[in-house]
Ligand binder design. Structure first.
Ligand code: BES
Ligand code: ZN
Length: 629
């Protein structure tokens, strides 16, 4: 009803021009909490909400437990209960007040496998401060506690958190919805030989007591609160950027990420000022389930990015791009996830183009497009063909189900298609205004479309069917086509091999892996036929050292091809890879191919390998792989 009222009001105003369009947009922004709801939270954030969170944390590696107090400063309200999300946490007591804390009643509701449970706290109208005393348990899904053997240095344990999408509630009792933004501070106690880092202002050095204080003064959604604890050093790349890593990795990091300062400059030139002051990376252990995670001021990065040849730097461009799309302007619900990731993949590609040229940017986009086509086919064949729409309907499902190439790549191609229709200059100006206008806010798909129409399409008299992209399945016909000569050349070489020609002849006689970039090898490997004889694959492997030395992106494609082709001789390398690396997208498709394989022994090999590997995976990856079996 409210929605209808707004639409009616907005259209009347446009007709009689009583209010400028911007005013209408402001009006709509105010109402976002009334017209949208996030089905993945139990919290009553629209009645009462946390404005600031202070965390007192004691990180105990003896029993792998965080003992915490979450001190929530609440908005003004006259309700009698505040509801928080919790999952796998032990709540010890809840108090109200800041100087004189008084215990209050609370109730933990029934646990849902995906969402966890509501923690309902009895409050008096006007309550300002709610303090929740808790400890984490073995069921705390966000936390990865690593034994020293799983780190680079092998001397000290390590801990990191992963909050997105709805795992923050498993290490902090919180209103776990991107609909709310909060500032936070923290006092964290860790063993004195380790350093603690957060998505906040960070120490440059360890201190002797292991006590660290953090402040995040800009309001962020709950999924961006993050903590990493380990034996780490800081390497500065200039005034406001650098890398935290275990001491053993410092030299490699200095080589791999040297382009970071320039990348930040380039990003600022495209979409305006970087608003988070500092941009650092922290290199986590191999179990980290993502390539990168855009925790503000401190991107969490997978050590697989240290490829030795700067070939996976686009992941850093991606996480940096989230400083605008995602962190500054945030998807309101997980159904709007494409607003985070589609914009980010688009922006990542623009950064790559500005840094390394259009040819390299296009090469990246073509490989992503191949992934998209595969994803569409997989989703269409599955139980939820509607998941190929940009706007998702994930009620009663895990937000993780939306983490597909639809949000990432279909989202990016939607924006590229818009860019090609309106021209880059206008599109860039529009996006810069979009980020400025919605900075530190949350946005729904519907509000984005309204803004797009009002600020870009209508003023330029452009007719564009946004509904087709957002609310309909598959890929619209007007999608821009990106091609790459360099990839086509690799594909035609693969076709020659498929047709029975010798692999290393003519201009490919002495080719080395370093003669082509990662995506060129991916294009080659993806085009090779699974009908090739294992001997041919072995010949390629001996010459190009795919199984032994290629970077993880190439290896994943290579192992998949070999499993499909029934070449079991790569099993030892594949096993080592699956045990070492926990990055979900890399390992998931290998496990899936092994499970689907008709080669005798592949399924048993997959099961046995998973048994050996799973204690080294984060919950995000181990639960996904378990789901495949
Ligand atoms: N924010 C995502 C990771 C994520 C998404 C975690 C959803 C949990 C739920 C991050 O920015 C990301 O997209 N990482 C990609 C990088 C790639 C697309 C360059 C990854 O990990 O592969
Ligand atoms: Zn991302």
């Amino acid at each position: 009803m409210r929605n209808l009222y707004i639409m009616f009001f907005a259209s009347i105003c446009t007709i009689i021009s009583c209010t400028p369009i911007n005013e209408n947009i402001k009006e709509e922004k105010r109402d976002i909490q009334e017209v949208t709801s996030d089905s993945h939270t139990y919290s009553n954030y629209s009645e009462i909400r946390t404005t600031h969170l202070h965390l007192d944390l004691d990180v105990n590696f003896k029993n792998n437990t965080i003992y915490g107090i979450a001190r929530h400063t609440m908005s003004k309200s006259d309700v009698e209960k505040a509801i928080f999300d919790v999952k796998g946490l032990e709540i010890q007591k809840v108090t109200l007040g800041s100087k004189n804390e008084i215990e209050t009643d609370y109730l933990i509701g029934k646990t849902d496998e995906i969402k966890g449970a509501p923690l309902t706290v009895k409050i008096k109208p006007g309550t300002k401060q709610i303090n929740i005393y808790y400890k984490t348990t073995k069921e705390t899904e966000a936390l990865d506690w690593l034994t020293p053997e799983l780190t680079a240095g092998k001397k000290h344990p390590y801990l990191y958190t992963q909050g997105q999408a709805i795992l923050t509630r498993s290490w902090i009792p919180i209103q776990d919805t991107p609909m709310n933004r909060i500032t936070y501070s923290a006092d964290v106690q860790v063993p004195s030989e380790l350093i603690a880092l957060m998505s906040a202002n960070n120490p440059k050095e360890k201190n002797t007591e292991g006590k660290y204080h953090f402040e995040m003064k800009q309001a962020i959604p709950a999924y961006l609160i993050a903590l990493a604890v380990g034996d780490m050093e800081y390497t500065s790349f200039g005034e406001s950027c650098g890398v935290y890593s275990e001491p053993e990795l410092v030299d490699q990091c200095m080589y791999e990420f040297v382009d970071l300062p320039k990348m930040i400059d380039v990003a600022e030139e495209i979409y305006g000022k970087y608003r988070w002051d500092q941009y650092d990376l922290v290199i986590l252990p191999y179990s980290f389930p993502f390539g990168g995670m855009e925790n503000p001021r401190l991107t969490f990065a997978n050590p697989t990015l240290i490829a030795g040849d700067r070939s996976l730097i686009s992941v850093v461009a991606h996480e940096l791009a989230h400083s605008w799309s995602g962190n500054l302007v945030t998807n309101a619900t997980w159904n709007d996830f494409w607003l985070n990731e589609g914009f980010t993949v688009y922006f990542e590609n623009r950064i790559m183009e500005a840094m390394y040229g259009k040819e390299i940017a296009d090469i990246n986009a073509v490989i992503e497009f191949q992934d998209l086509i595969t994803a569409i086919a997989d989703i269409e064949a599955g139980d939820h063909p509607e998941d190929t729409q940009l706007k998702l309907q994930l009620e009663d499902r895990s937000p993780d189900d939306g983490m597909t190439d639809i949000a990432y790549v279909k989202g990016a191609f939607f924006l590229r298609t818009l860019e090609s229709v309106v021209g880059r200059e206008k599109f860039d100006a529009f996006l810069t205004n979009y980020f400025d206008n919605h900075a530190f806010e949350t946005i729904t798909t519907e509000l984005f479309v309204q803004y797009l129409n009002a600020e870009l399409l209508t003023p330029n008299d452009i007719v564009f069917d946004t509904d087709e992209w957002i609310y309909r399945q598959g890929l619209p016909d007007n999608c821009v086509k990106i091609t790459s000569k360099r990839l086509e050349e690799m594909e035609s070489w693969a076709n020659q091999v498929n047709n029975g020609e010798a692999v290393f002849t003519g201009k490919y006689k002495d080719i080395k892996r370093s003669d082509r970039v990662t995506q060129e090898w991916q294009a080659f490997v993806r085009k090779l036929s699974p009908d090739l004889a294992p001997e041919t694959l072995i010949e390629i492997d001996e010459k190009l050292l795919m199984s032994a030395e290629a970077n993880p992106a190439i290896k994943s494609d290579w192992f998949i091809l070999n499993v499909k082709a029934g070449n079991t001789s790569v099993r030892p390398e594949m096993e080592a890879y699956l045990i070492k690396i926990g990055r979900r997208w890399y390992i998931e498709s290998i496990y899936q191919t092994l499970i689907d394989s008709k080669t005798p022994g592949d399924l048993d090999f997959a099961k046995a390998t998973f048994e050996k590997a799973k204690s080294g995976y984060h919950f995000v990856s181990s639960s996904t792989i378990e789901g495949l079996f």
